[in-house]
Design a protein around this ligand. Structure first.
Ligand code: G3H
Ligand code: 13P
Ligand code: ZN
Length: 307
């Protein structure tokens, strides 16, 4: 089927209390793995492309592959710009046929974030494309110096309602204690779930959780067994993700876990079979590993059978 918009996928998720995975891609094998998993489990899916992924692979390459896979597998899929920084990249994605945008102006102050987001929303809505925005900042482990400082990075529930009203955004990424990458927590993982409930009580649009990779032990161990050096890597526990979904999260962003799975697959082939030099044997193993990770996410998020 043709690519659908993120509203088509996320509004039912928020209404019915499950979440849809937004999986980052930057090449053919990752895209194939995402679609194979979604197709086997009959799940809607969001395929996310960061600006650097677009620079790496090119608009047409990403669009062509994702469009083809969506038609071939027949699962509802949206092609999404992840963390678009300004109007220029947003318009380029619209022009190429992306069916979902994120404008991330969360580093700006509140009024500037509203202005930048509202501008992208106005233009994207002319062509029926929904926009995700971000309020609050996803701080990394090293950034949290004091309790007050941490508090200041989190999404304010009252501001969230005002922000949505004034920007017209279709979904909202919230900061509740997650961060990007493989090092999310120094000590015990902690999400601000009560704050999430408060936000969800004030706004009805789908809420988005970035930085949601779990750094699964089996995936990390495989990569480490074959030479990856990632001491202390720690992600969001799967149980916490389930609780976040119960409290209103309808889209969950995953990139790091796919990267770890890719790395483990490639490392194992190269270390165990030094005679191999066929790229398909090397990257094919990464594709298999990513597919398994995506399938597990779909099951945890509750989107299985929702396509
Ligand atoms: O949120 C960030 C994503 O993991 C994309 O990262 O800019 O390295 O492609 P990237
Ligand atoms: P992770 O680094 O936890 O996979 O988060 C990905 C993300 O938020 C992409 O926007
Ligand atoms: Zn993100």
């Amino acid at each position: 089927m043709a690519l659908v918009s993120s509203n088509d996928i996320l509004i039912p998720a928020r209404e019915k209390g499950y979440a849809v995975g937004a999986f980052n891609t930057s090449n053919m094998e990752i895209s194939q793995a995402i679609f194979e998993a979604a197709s086997e489990l009959r799940s809607p899916v969001m395929v996310a492309t960061s600006e650097s992924a677009i620079t790496y692979a090119g608009f047409d390459n990403l669009l062509g592959t994702v469009k083809h896979l969506s038609e071939y597998y027949g699962v509802p899929a949206a092609l999404h710009l992840d963390h678009g920084k300004d109007l220029e990249i947003a318009v380029k994605c619209l022009r190429h046929g992306w069916t979902s945008l994120m404008i991330d102006a969360s580093k700006l102050d509140y009024e500037q974030n509203i202005a930048a987001t509202a501008e992208v929303v106005r233009i994207a809505h002319y062509v029926g494309v929904p926009v995700e925005a971000e309020l609050g900042k996803l701080a990394g482990v090293e950034d949290m110096v004091s309790v007050d400082e941490r508090e200041a990075t989190l999404t304010d529930p009252d501001q969230a309602a005002d922000f949505i009203e004034r920007t017209g955004c279709d979904s909202l990424a919230v900061a509740i204690g997650t961060s990007h990458g493989a090092y999310k927590f120094k000590g015990e993982p902690r999400l601000e779930l009560d704050r999430l409930s408060e936000i969800a009580g004030k706004v009805t649009i789908p809420l988005v959780l970035h930085g949601a990779s779990s750094v699964p032990k089996d995936v990390l161990d495989r990569a480490a067994r074959f030479g990856a050096n990632l001491p202390g890597a720690k992600g969001v526990p799967e149980e916490a993700l389930k609780q976040a979904i119960e409290r209103g999260i309808a889209k969950i962003n995953i990139d790091t876990d796919l990267r770890l799975a890719f790395t483990g697959g490639v490392r194992q082939v190269l270390m165990e079979s030094p005679e191999v030099f066929d790229p398909r044997k090397i990257v094919g193993e990464a594709r298999k590993a990513i597919k398994e990770v995506v399938k597990k996410k779909i099951q945890i998020f509750g989107s299985e059978g929702k396509a």
